[in-house]
Design a protein around this ligand. Sequence first.
Ligand code: ADP
Length: 513
Amino acid sequence: MTDAEAGTGALLDQFLRLSADARRLRACATEDVVLDCALLILRDTLGYPSYCLLREASGDLRTLRASPDAPPVPSRTLLGWAVQQHAAVGAPLGVGRCWILAPLDAGGESFGVLAVVADGPESGLPRYRLQMIEHLASEAAWTLAQLRGRERMASLSDLFHHVLESVPHGLLALSRDDRIVACNRNFEFLFGLRRVDLLDAPYREALPKPLSELLDGLIASTLSGRQIVDQEFPLRTGDGPEVVVGFSTALLQGERGPEGILLLCRDLELSREVQKLRDLDVMKTEFVHTVSHELKTPLTAILGGTELLLADAAGLSSEQREVLGFIEEGGRRLQALITDLLDLSRLESGSAVMERVEVYLPDLVKEMLPVVAPINPRCAPSLDVAGPFPHLLLDREKMRQIVQNLLSNALKYSPEGGAVRIRLSARGAWASFEVSDQGIGILPEHLDRIWEKFYRVDSSTTASIEGTGLGLPIVKHLVELHGGRVEVESAPGAGSTFRVLLPIGHGAEPAPL
Ligand code: ADP
């Protein structure tokens, strides 16, 4: 039946039903339900059984919904034109049919296009038909915008909550009528209070007397325009010991002026203790650096002298040569330790400088193989480069150190002639350098600790293997300087795999491999 045959009354009836149905879309709780309901209205109320619903996402047209008999999607040019009209428009679609294209626009956001198949040429489409589809599309888009807004609000409120909880201070927010509107975990912890007892309560009733009296003064000063920064007060609440608390305050500024007061507080004694420990750590790093440096010069002289004597050892007895041999070997070990200590102190103090150049890691690894070979001469590490491997922006010397440390360990902690495998691969934003051995392996309880300074797994097997316990902490620092991370998998008796993940392209977004 045509519109003319149906008559004005039927059309009016249809329009009223559409308005009522479309308004009901607002009650839909998810985007999917909105889309499904809109299409039901289209089919059952308006009598358009053939449709598709499209979205342009990152330059691609995506069909969100389509009726089983929907014709092929309109071209992107046609859809782009329809979106720009900001109203429902007709467009040709083969003989005897046409499209009605209605953009799903609301609140400055475009959610896609509702494309409906109508009978007859587009030139014969009555204006009210376009308006009906437009009305439905605009109600659907409005609801979608509301849902998106709600979603954004929820994630904003989550973010606000996380920020509140992560502030390393106790935090208390008061409304203009002196009620507690927010507080964080640190505040609860600092004063031994529970949030459930505080929220929405007037602060004078909810907080212990000494604290609320203190706040009276702080609030009055803040309201009179004084800014309070880390003002110290000794405070004892309940049976706990007296603590010195530093308070800072600020007016909570709303759009129409102050809406309350924000108080930040921290245990100053604890902060001072932490600061003291930090200062001590810096002093220790400086001390290690100075001592190592002072040891280096005499040691170089000792080693140089020993080498000279050994080079011209004709007049020496075999015992004397043996002693000189011990001195040289001990000297070399000491030199390695001092070099590691100096490297680590530079890395810890943050004074290490990165000099990035383009490096082809497979070549660098090949260069390092002869350097480490003497550690386990019967072992020939295999190198496997999986697929095309990119050039990386690396500090060549630091990368050599990473490769040398991990390869040395694999050879050192493997039996004579044991298999060591090096694997290089690249996937997504990450390049991976992996060294696997079938050596002694590491018990799970040591796996976290091997990255600590001077930590060596203490066992009968490792006792005879030389080392300083500084190699892996240096590797970790160096890898992190490159913006990467290092991982280990190991099983005692079966071997270990150390994996270095490096970002491809300086500043590339980290992504899981
Ligand atoms: P070290 O100089 O002692 O090798 P590292 O910092 O390089 O110091 O390593 C710390 C400890 O981790 C080592 O003492 C060793 O117990 C363990 N370790 C490191 N690499 C391996 C490996 N490939 N196989 C087994 N144990 C390892």
